[in-house]
Design a protein around this ligand. Structure first.
Ligand code: PLP
Length: 437
């Protein structure tokens, strides 16, 4: 029995608690009614600025009218067919356009699936069949998803792996360059950045001739917006070429213009053999993709890859409009511009508040790492949770990340207006100021 004074939020929150497992965590526990652009309204009419954007899924913003129109039209034409039963044009057109947009000039092909994790699973399958090798190298602190192989590749135990094993064998983790927390004061002498670490892994743990692929996020997303040095990505490419290993770029979070280039690997001028995409590909509709060298993509035999829903017509049509919007509104350049505004404000805050150990990022993928002591760099996990709470109270949806849950990350839609960026950053700064002595 509900009373009149109970908010709709309280009622839905109670129903959610009763019927949705707690394992599906909700980081900003408001109950959303509708959203547009970079703004969200909850069921009680409160308005929020959205710096989470579905964890980087809404680079074109919430409910873009062109995407909504295209989906509505397609819904009356074809809701589902299953590409394994019969072809339909939007899948093929999207496969062509993603192949053309991927880095490099060689022939490419595209597999469409339902999510980032499923794209990761398929990239690994393709790499294994194409090379005839079993092992995969991933990185500490990486996040690749919650399905079985994606969990095995992920390099953070809690909450993603602990208790969910056993995991797929022959997955090996190497260290990822995390300059803020690296023991070497000088990157030029760092064994991670030089590639020595991988050579040690080949000597001690897995011979290179049994490694099918190295999978890497060019900027670790869940890991805390740790930007891979471009030279290190080029080193990975050289090691892969030397050993006949495939390089898989996980651009699920970095993709679709987020970092100021269409793909983050472009900052390093590195062409991966396979690229994994999802999140912002289809304005929030469930879609993932593996785009890669045609010869590799054709390695699995007919029926070896695919699925019932992968490349659903509505999601494909949405993704085609997203690509049009990127071209017509030059959203990649816009990512660079809003990235500069955000980075400028975050650096100024870092200079002002001791709670901020480092401000970092690439393009419109910006974050601050919070520490309780600037010298020891002790992660400020509790304070980070409080900052998010205070932001939400003041009307800003923003997320944490990082191995120690002490990074506040910003993934605002790329279409966000300048005034909303400033308003959101003012809220973030006020929350940080509240917790600063
Ligand atoms: N890879 C990266 C880099 C991600 O950030 C994510 C999700 O956050 C995934 C893979 C998994 O994607 P999904 O949640 O769509 O399965």
């Amino acid at each position: 029995m509900h009373t009149d004074t109970e908010t709709k939020t309280a009622i839905w929150t109670e129903r959610r608690r009763a019927f949705v497992p707690r394992g599906v965590a909700t980081y900003d526990p408001i109950v959303v009614d509708h959203a547009h652009g970079a703004e969200v309204w909850d069921v009680d009419g409160r308005r929020y600025i959205d710096f989470a954007a579905g964890i980087g899924t809404l680079n074109v913003g919430h409910t873009p009218s062109r995407v909504v129109d295209a989906i509505q039209q397609e819904a009356t034409r074809l809701l589902h067919m299953c590409f394994s039963v019969s072809y339909y044009p939007p899948y093929i057109e999207l496969a062509e356009r993603l192949a053309a947009a991927a880095p490099g000039d060689g022939a490419k092909k595209t597999l469409l699936v339902n999510s980032g994790a499923e794209a990761v699973e398929n990239a690994v399958k393709i790499a294994r069949v194409a090379t005839g090798r079993p092992a995969i190298i991933a990185f500490e602190n990486a996040f690749h998803g919650r399905t079985s192989m994606a969990m095995a590749l992920t390099g953070k135990e809690r909450p993603y792996k602990a208790g969910f094993g056993p995991f797929a064998p022959d997955v090996h983790h190497a260290r990822y360059p995390y300059r803020y927390r690296c023991e070497c004061a000088d990157p030029a002498r760092c064994s991670v950045e030089s590639g020595e670490d991988l050579d040690r892994l080949f000597a001690t743990t897995v011979v290179p001739e049994s490694v099918a692929a190295i999978i890497v996020e060019p900027v670790q997303g869940e890991g805390g917006f740790i930007v891979a040095p471009p030279e290190w990505l080029r080193t990975l490419r050289r090691i892969c070429d030397r050993e006949g290993i495939l390089l898989i770029a996980d651009e699920v979070q970095t993709g679709f213009g987020r970092t100021g280039r269409m793909w983050a690997m472009e900052h390093a001028g590195v062409e991966p053999d396979l690229m994994v995409l999802a999140k912002s590909i289809a304005a929030g509709l469930p879609l993932g993709a593996v785009v890669g060298r045609a010869d590799l993509m054709d390695a699995p035999g007919p029926g070896g890859i695919g699925g019932t829903f992968g490349g659903n017509p509505l999601a494909c049509v949405a993704a085609l409009v997203v690509l049009d919007m990127f071209e017509e509104q030059d959203l990649v350049a816009r990512a660079g511009m809003i990235g500069q505004t955000i980075a400028g404000r975050l650096s100024a805050m870092a200079a002002r508040y001791a709670l901020i150990g480092e401000a970092r990022g690439l393009g419109a993928m910006q974050a601050i790492e919070l520490v309780t002591d600037e010298r020891t760099r002790e992660p400020a996990k509790r304070e980070t949770a409080l900052v998010l709470e205070r932001c939400l109270e003041r009307g800003l949806i923003v997320l944490k990340a990082g191995l120690y849950d002490n990074v506040v990350r910003i993934l605002a839609p790329l279409v966000i207006e300048e005034a909303l960026i400033e308003e959101g950053l003012d809220i973030l700064e006020a929350a940080i100021a509240d917790l600063s002595p």
